[in-house]
Design a protein around this ligand. Structure first.
Ligand code: NAD
Length: 252
């Protein structure tokens, strides 16, 4: 039974995180969003409440360990537990040969795509171990499973999420906790839609990258996350689930 359980979603005010929050909202949960786009929060929380869950928004720069620890402290005081966690916030850079990547880009991506996931997981695992129950889903990418030309930095970060997910899954397998990841194909979100105007050639490539012939919808990732959170998914652990209409299944 999902009803009444506490879910944390990082990057839940936009794109895949928001789409997932809205899928989960139908399950009558307590949904806590960690993000930093404060202006977007009221509308998203309203949508969550309309669908039957309670919504809460905590401003948090996920790249700052102290902020993450503080927010999870607050969550512990207010809710006493976290049952489900979707560690999803992340970003990439426009593709270019690896030698042209800047030091700032390296730091920025490692901070958000790797370290922030680790900071959140450490806090989530502390609560979940006490409860002897928890479901963690991280967001990697198709480029976390196979390489993409011009994507070395992003691909390296998303491969790190894969390794983290698999190894941590083994650490907590006897604590009632499962740790899995979703690997989205190209999804129509605020992360990539602006490139339709600013980088049309790159956008065209992304659009064509899903074998189904269209961009994915955020709710289609949400559907997979809900499945991994489900009580019946207890035996699914350390899995990286591509949700990409077959993109990483092979060349097409
Ligand atoms: N969109 C795609 O095609 C695609 C494909 C594969 C993987 N992904 C991955 O999916 C995840 C979500 O991507 P999206 O497309 O929904 O992006 P998005 O930009 O639409 O949403 C990301 C959210 O994360 C938040 N965020 C970013 N940095 C933050 C920080 N430092 N602290 C707190 N919040 C922060 C943003 O405010 C935003 O609300 C990312 O990890 C991304 O790498 C996306």
């Amino acid at each position: 039974m999902m009803k009444g359980k506490v879910a944390v979603i990082t990057g839940g005010l936009s794109g895949i995180g928001k789409g997932t929050a809205l899928v989960l909202a139908k399950e009558h949960l307590k949904i806590i969003i960690l993000d930093r786009q404060d202006d977007k929060a009221p509308a998203v929380l309203q949508q969550i409440e309309k669908l039957g869950s309670t919504g809460d928004y905590q401003h948090c720069d996920l790249t700052k360990r102290a902020e993450v620890d503080r927010v999870f402290n607050d969550i512990q005081e207010k809710y006493g537990r976290v049952d489900y966690a979707f560690n999803n916030a992340g970003r990439g850079i426009l593709s270019k040969p690896f030698g042209q990547v800047t030091a700032d880009e390296i730091d920025g991506l490692i901070d958000l795509d790797i370290k922030a996931v680790m900071y959140c997981m450490i806090n989530e695992l502390a609560l979940m171990t006490k409860q002897q129950f928890g479901r963690i889903v991280n967001t990697t990418s198709g480029t976390g499973l196979v390489a993409g030309k011009g994507m070395a930095l992003y691909s390296a970060c998303k491969h790190a999420v894969v390794g983290l997910t698999k190894a941590a899954a083994l650490d907590y397998a006897q604590d009632g906790i499962t740790i899995n990841a979703v690997a989205p194909g190209t999804i129509a979100t605020e992360l990539i839609l602006p490139y339709k105007e600013s980088a049309p050639a790159e956008f065209k490539k992304w659009e064509a990258s899903n074998p189904i012939g269209r961009l994915g919808k955020p709710a289609e990732i949400g559907h997979a996350v809900k499945f991994l959170f489900d009580d019946g998914s207890e035996f699914i652990n350390g899995v990286i689930l591509p949700v990409d209409s077959g993109c990483v299944a092979g060349t097409f």
